[in-house]
Design a protein around this ligand. Sequence first.
Ligand SMILES: Cc1cc2nc3c(=O)[nH]c(=O)nc-3n(C[C@H](O)[C@H](O)[C@H](O)COP(=O)(O)O)c2cc1C
Length: 193
Amino acid sequence: MEIDVDEHVGSLYRTLSGAVVPRPIGWISTRSATGVDNLAPYSFFNVVSIDPPVVMFAPVDADDGLKDTPQNVLDTEVFAVNIVTADLVEAMNETATGHDVDEFERAGLTKREGTRIDAPYVGESKVVFECELYEFVDIGVSSLVLGEVTYVHVDDAVVTAGKLDTTKLDAVGRLAGSEYTYTRDRFSLERPE
Ligand SMILES: Cc1cc2nc3c(=O)[nH]c(=O)nc-3n(C[C@H](O)[C@H](O)[C@H](O)COP(=O)(O)O)c2cc1C
């Protein structure tokens, strides 16, 4: 299959999201300008920088414009990233819903108040990054939301000898469509000298 993007008819979504796998899932919690709490998964998500600590997620517009999460971030300039672990996948899936719903209530999740930000986070999440908006970039019918991490919550249950333990964390990733992957199938590869 060869794809000349200029001549391609239809969406490249499946090719892009099917090849860039597995993708981590940023479960983004926000509060609207009118005080409605919101939670939604975004797998166009990653770390961008360590110093300053910056993460990104990328919402694609809904048919009627910005999704709730990016709109709330524009309005309040804060958000939290909740890491999705194997025990939380079903709850995460429940929160991929539409407008003006408090997804914490819908998915039966514990809502905790941010320490540094005026937004909620998921009490059950073992790692949470509280973020302040660093930059919001329009990219066609999508946005790139960059957030500077200003406070981190890490459950002691996923810490070994003072370091975050990836095995204990048991995070999941997204593949294409409704397929996901565990982070349990491991191998090591030492870098050359
Ligand atoms: C695992 C998963 C990953 C998702 N990743 C994205 C994404 O990267 N970008 C996006 O626009 N929508 C993504 N979605 C869809 C949004 O979660 C969905 O549109 C949601 O209703 C948006 O909620 P909001 O309007 O409250 O922000 C994803 C859904 C799931 C289940």
